[in-house]
Unconditional design. Sequence first.
Length: 617
Amino acid sequence: MAMAQGALQSCSVAFGVSGGNFAGLASSGARISSVSFRGGAPVLSSPLTTVRRENLRRREGGRGGSVKVQREVAVSSVTIEAALGVEKKGVADSKVNGVPSAKHGAVGEAQVPSMEVDAVTEAELKENGFRSTRRTKLVCTIGPATCAPEQLEALAMGGMNVARLNMCHGTRDWHKQVIRNVRSLNSEKGYSVAIMMDTEGSEIHMGDFNGAPSVKAEDGQEWIFTVRTLESLPERTTTVNYDGFAEDVRVGDELLVDGGMVRFEVIEKIGPDVKCKCTDPGLLLPRANLTMWREGRLVRDLNAMLPTISSKDWIDIDFGIAEGVDFIAVSFVKTSEVIKHLKSYINARAPNDSIGVFAKIESSDSLKNVEDIIRVSDGAMVARGDLGAQIPLEQVPSVQQGIVNLCRELNKPVIVASQLLESMIEYPTPTRAEVADVSEAVRQRADALMLSGESAMGLFPEKALSVLRTVSLRMEEWCRENKQHASDRLPELSSALNDRISESICSSAAQMANRLGADAIFVYTRRGYMASLLSRARPDCPIFAFTDTKSMRQRLNLQWGLIPFRLDFSGDMESNLRRTFALLKARGMMKKGDLIVAVSDISTSDFMQSIQVRRIP
Ligand SMILES: Nc1ncnc2c1ncn2[C@@H]1O[C@H](COP(=O)(O)OP(=O)(O)OP(=O)(O)O)[C@@H](O)[C@H]1O
Ligand SMILES: CC(=O)C(=O)O
Ligand SMILES: [K+]
Ligand SMILES: [Mg+2]
């Protein structure tokens, strides 16, 4: 009797909170086909049509049940299960499959190939529980300060989700070694750090300074900018990579290094050499970006003449495909065409959709076509470094907010990049303004934050990462406590019925999880689509995304709130859930009584999708 009451109670809770969403589902063509109750043995088998109809009528004032249930367009199931009765099975499973994980999960994973999760997340879940996990993902640019295996491991341990390789710097062999180091870290120590390759793109930049990490330009000093190829550079000389530079530049033009960190004025043209005077002193870094300004305006024709993907970039892209990178970020994108072109090139050479293409928004051209560009990309990066050199600085914050919003509307992950903690290249603590900037990006609910120089060549890479981590956690918690995003509204993405069903299921699942105070949402996904839709809904609880390939697991690493697991699963949701519960419990990542909302886009029949609310047995 008590059992039956338990079952009915949880049933009415679920219907109570989700009736409206079911109505939404039904109007998008879904049919609620089965509601099963399990309250210990014997298990009542579904579909319990009568009970279902009556419950729907009761909750929806007689509107929903009878009308919707008769529609045969698609099938969706709702299973509400009382905890009792599953427990015995769970315990039994855990003895078979559950192996206590080793310190970094390495031993455990070697013996249980059936479930893999990031070692850091595993530790975090064990120590602090579901809610404490960080939702904002962290990208670190790898450079001389962080390329050694132990340095990479320190970053992985500190929460790095993605390692970025900037092809502007370093040799291909150097990058290859870093990729190898990251891969062995993943396979040997149980991390799942994804790799993003960032193309050089055709920007105009300075050369190296005979290997020096930086060179100081003093106020009033005269420098030569030359298009000649020089074996060794005379003092106060720099090369420029754009052959037309000496011809195109005019006396009186202003040259901005890295968007204004250092400034020069052109005073004389001498054949291939351009003599300039330093008007704003500072440090010149190897391959620093150069922009030309004439009468207060950016000279854009120069960049416009350069291809987005240069011949060197194509070789780098081939290299990235061969090395199996997870993401390619394209610098200085101007139109959506170049992204489409690259995606078709990749698809002909790599397993379908195994490499995500990210568009870097960092020029005024990219802003003109920003929506088209993002629609065809797998994600975007707000590359504020170069962007701030191409548009007035005061416009950068609102452009950032606009791109973050747009990406969420279009269901594309977005990275906020550059100068988040710039002062930490040299100092062990950030400025208060930097902390505020990081917090703001988290409050905007960007998917990921990125370190550049701070991790590539700064003095305090691990400290910088730790600042990103702690500031993200605090801001996320504050947003939840203060219900900052309760009124967020998202437009529908698709008009195709199947996709609308997935959308409805995911937004309903997120709302249910919020209202029920669920501990986590589970999603079983092959293509990652349902996982991304759940991430887009930005629910209060973390999303455990179970997917069956390593590459999809790494791809999901960049999306807000997702904790990707690799798991072999079947089309049978019930057995997937039982196995998952047993494995997670055995590894101490969840406990009896935790409340889960589970959805799936895998099934044996075409339209079979489901939302389930379960209490962990
Ligand atoms: N692989 C590398 N080897 C050496 N130095 C690197 C490497 N990657 C980054 N750096 C250093 O870190 C700095 C910041 O990195 P970042 O990736 O932001 O480069 P960037 O040159 O500013 O270009 P981008 O606009 O593509 O980000 C670089 O200017 C460079 O000095
Ligand atoms: C990251 C990058 O390319 C930029 O900020 O310019
Ligand atoms: K780059
Ligand atoms: Mg850039």
